[in-house]
Design a protein around this ligand. Sequence first.
Ligand code: ARG
Length: 606
Amino acid sequence: MKKILDQIAEKLADAFAEAGYGEAPAKVTLSNRPDLCDYQCNGALAAAKQYKKAPMVIAEEVIAALGDCGMFSEVSAAKPGFINMRLSGPYLSGELNEMAADPAAGIEPDPESVIMIDFGGANIAKPLHVGHLRSAIIGESLKRIFRAKGQKVIGDAHLGDWGLQMGLIIAEMSERQPELPYFDPAFEGPYPEEAPFTIGELEEIYPTANAKSKEDEAFREKAKQATFELQQGRAGYRALWNHIKEVSLADLKKNYGRLKVEFDLWKAESDAQPYIPDMVRELKDSGHAYISEGALVVDVKEETDQKEIPPCMILKSDNATLYSTTDLATLVERRKLFDPDRIIYVVDKRQGMHFEQVFRCAKKTGIVRPETQLDFLGFGTMNGKDGKPFKTRDGGVLRLEVLLNDVSEAVSERMHAQGDRGLSDEEIGDTARMIALAAIKYGDLSNQATKDYIFDIDRFTSFEGNTGPYILYTIVRIGSILKKYYAADDGSCSLTSAELFAGKVPEGYVSEGILPAVGESERDLQLKLAEYPLFVEAAVQDLAPHKICQYVYELSDTFNSFYHETRILAEEDAARKSSYIALITLTGKVLSECIGLLGFEAPERM
Ligand code: ARG
């Protein structure tokens, strides 16, 4: 459905044309002075320059040309030449009824394009750290937001499986269990099917090997050599590497699953390696790459640069490839396999320079099409209350299960403290996990991604304020009012909140839909609902899930004000009561859509 803002803009464009200002842009925005108007147009100011006439005069003429179109209850000119509009009750409620009937709740699709989102970025065999958690949360939300806008989105986990960490594990294993066939160059296979370690052991092997390599030069050399031989294709090392990947991947999938993070592709750095030789040859042949101090590089600095952008390194002097080589080859691979129109990287902002170099190099050398849009969404650090990068209770690196468990525990403590709601312990456990996920994700996404933020379990799990649990609480509240309204004689309701929000009703109920608002908080709620598509657009425009958080919080607050001021179920006028029900049903639907875009769900009760 066409959103209100566009309908108004069209109406006004017609009125400008009719008044003789056809060339003037009728840009309409949401009012930032809700006390004065709902929507505002500054077209008369632009027309004034063009037609050399006082803006107030133009505004008045346009308003006269607008006449009574039924969309507004009030249109007025305000100095220095704004056109202020209030929506008419019937028009607004009519739009909301359309939104209620629309499965997309008023979100219009954009022309389809193929967008790849490179997020997650976990490293095989290394523990997930907070950066990977943020990337997963933000990337998952972006993926959902773009899909809601009709885009074909391919989410790629782009696992790190090609670095020194692999050589470290191989070296360490070769010292612990030298008798294994993986280390015998004469062994001709087949290698064992079963991995020689569990995920628990693997998680211990890497840090041990890593620490050892920092103290023991010989060991470090051994690990480097093993990395090199692995990359060259030594069969035993490849077999061991495959075990590491398998064991690690199963664990990663479990962890991402708990976070409700899904990837369409589980590609890894190693998948791009076959593209490197041709790519390097072409870079050399085209003259883009040249040898500088022994290394193969491509210049990427530009005249307008404010700061020094070093050349993009393709091969080190010993011919070894680098992180940038892999990312460039991944672009070659992605173009070949998916030909995306846009790729968005959700990675720690400290990698900004790396991506700047890679993007420039890819554009300059034609690795990507000139029109392919490459975006780096660099995020800040998740800190603990001490201002240092967050650590879980056990003090070590972040372990996702531990984090989820800590937060779930904090939530169930709160639930127990709030007294018995007739929930069984099992229900409390399940619900607490859902709320915990909302607390973690909302706590992250409500901040502008580029900023650092403090992970504060107490604040994030609070049922009040700008938190995930507060939003869930609001949704549960709406669900429970609806279930009371639709309750059978025995007090039970056969439909779930989600079904009710989707517009299902028990047999025998007819509704006239949402009526024009009579109360002020009712009107505020109606206006806020109508803003939903604008926030989704802003989130797409700025790659900013926090705009959805801002909206979902405002909508929750607006609903709760309405709820506190209105006796919904005790309303005596049946038509009005049924209109209230339709209004809060739409509120429940939009809130649920929003948290869906953020990547979490509401429980039935809490
Ligand atoms: N594995 C990397 C890391 O842990 C992140 C990967 C980001 N994506 C990319 N295409 N480089 O830092």
